[in-house]
Design a protein around this ligand. Sequence first.
Ligand code: SF4
Length: 145
Amino acid sequence: MERIKADDAFQPFQLTTNSRPNVDGFDIVKFSDYANGAQLDNRIATATGEGKPYHEMPSRGWCGRGLGWECLIDYYGNWNLCCNDWRCEEAVGSIMAEPFEELYQRWKTKARTIRWDTEESYRALPRMCRACLDVNPSLHKTGGV
Ligand code: SF4
């Protein structure tokens, strides 16, 4: 957080958690009350599955989640692809082990690839993303890539 604030002193921080921690420094705290059945999106459903076959999907599209406007770093320091990457399937590394700038560039490059315009490029999407586009269809946009 200190490193990011060095670039932008007004950068807000959000904590998403399923416990009730007593921590400082966050502008927003979101509580996922999994024990009582609440969850964000359908993210638990994306832990398995390969998504729909290409012929059941728009022929082209991209993740409209807005990759690029938020950086997701988990409790252990893993830099996740997005907030759905809670199992670190597509994490680009850990801020505990690698330089911030290197991870940031790796994440930006990877985030740009979550788009498809052929069956081959759809099948090349991370499994997690194909499963996510299946259960969270409102997240993807269709049309030019
Ligand atoms: S499609 Fe992939 S990158 Fe986009 S929100 Fe879903 S899991 Fe994240």
